[in-house]
Design a protein around this ligand. Structure first.
Ligand code: NAD
Length: 360
């Protein structure tokens, strides 16, 4: 089959001197950026993605073209397919797995909970089983989510905080992933790094996310709904630029140490790590919309809707000192700069000139 042919070809993915990395979810927003960054510094990269239809295929197909232009090779397939994974692991000796495939989105889970169990829990076990039996075992870095903190935790969120049972299916599957990876670390000596990303934005981003649809609304002259707490406080949350996240992912791979393969609940010498990757600066939706309006030189109507809560628990931000210390992680892109890059990309991708650049 064409998948088998593609897997055979991946044996020829070379690495100059660096790591040999399997990137899952490589046609996704974060996966495509990380895969290209690794390739550009000389690592061997094989991508896998099932091109799920959650936000349509077309952006993923264009990211595939971009990956291929950069010499990154993608196998189209599902990571629940243990036969596909064992073919891949038989073909390439991976030093690392960067696991970014997931069923994303919070609302979609209300109607489609099984998609999350399948792509965020079952497939994780399938992947870890492969890593467990590989010789040598690769180190695993994977995307958990800042949503595991829920809305009731005290700010700023720290990795050592106790986390309450999650309020959403998406967050439950990510929290479950943290527990399952912990078990594989203890039992099978896999090196595990879980990354709790906060809202990531930037060029090639996800059309299902609010900042993306806000730009669409502004350009089409459609109003934006803003949810405000009863006490008139606007909820604020973290937005972190894609390049900063990529640096955090790459640093995680570089510091992930070795899987020991020895497992053993007693010695447990392979590292198990969890890091917050955010930037510690929450922003409100009206502030975000104002930056987008300024970039587009257009204004949009806002429909303010009252939420039920009093807003006390919707001011979310994160402590990143652990990642700063252990990964040398230092986010450098402020929201103005990052959103400017996003708007530029959006207008280029959808073929709309900026007003100031337009000749018409
Ligand atoms: P994305 O949807 O753009 O990328 C995920 C990719 O995984 C998609 O291309 C999808 O086709 C693929 N995929 C899904 N299920 C698969 C399966 N069973 N087999 C193979 N491929 C599969 O999302 P993203 O924003 O790039 O997210 C990457 C990771 O980061 C995810 O694990 C996500 O949960 C996590 N995360 C993202 C954010 C964010 O703000 N973007 C925040 C927290 C966590």
């Amino acid at each position: 089959s064409s998948v088998e042919k593609n897997v055979r070809l991946s044996a020829h993915v070379t690495r100059a001197n660096g790591l040999s990395v399997l990137v899952t979810g490589a046609a996704g927003f974060i996966g495509s950026h990380v895969a290209i960054a690794l390739k550009n510094r000389g690592d061997g990269v094989v991508g896998v993605d099932n091109f799920d239809n959650y936000y349509g295929r077309s952006l993923k197909e264009t990211r595939r073209d971009l990956l291929e232009l950069n010499g990154v090779y993608i196998v189209e397939g599902d990571i629940n397919d243990s036969r596909l994974l064992s073919m891949l692991f038989d073909t390439v000796e991976f030093t690392h797995v960067m696991h970014l495939a997931a069923q994303v989105g919070v609302q979609y889970a209300v109607e489609n909970p099984y998609a999350y169990v399948r792509s965020n829990v079952a497939s994780l076990v399938t992947l870890l089983e492969q890593c467990k039996s590989a010789h040598p075992q690769p180190a695993v870095v994977w995307a958990s989510s800042g949503s595991v903190y829920g809305v009731h935790n005290k700010v700023p969120y720290s990795e050592t905080d106790r986390v309450d049972p999650p309020d959403t299916i998406y967050a439950s599957t990510k929290r479950t992933g943290e527990e399952i990876t912990h078990t594989y670390n203890r039992l099978h000596g896999l090196s595990i790094t879980g990354l709790r990303f906060f809202t990531v934005y930037g060029p090639w981003g996800r059309p299902d996310m609010a900042y993306f649809s806000f730009v669409r609304n502004i350009l089409q002259g459609e109003p934006i709904t803003i949810y405000r707490a009863k006490n008139r406080v606007d909820p604020a949350r973290e937005f972190i630029y894609i390049d900063d996240i990529v640096k955090g992912c790459v640093a995680s791979l570089d510091t992930s140490g070795k899987s020991t393969g020895s497992g053993g609940l007693k010695n447990g010498s392979a590292p198990y790590r969890i890091f917050n990757l955010g930037n510690g600066s929450p922003v409100t939706v009206p502030a975000l919309v104002a930056i987008l309006e300024e970039n587009l030189k257009m204004r949009v109507e806002k429909d303010v809707v009252d939420m039920c809560g009093d807003g006390d628990d919707s001011f979310a931000y994160v402590n990143i000192s652990l990642a700063e210390r252990e990964l040398g992680y230092k986010p450098t892109t402020d929201l103005q700069t990052g959103l400017r890059e996003f708007v530029k990309w959006y207008l280029w991708y959808y073929g709309k000139p900026l007003v100031e650049d337009s000749n018409v």
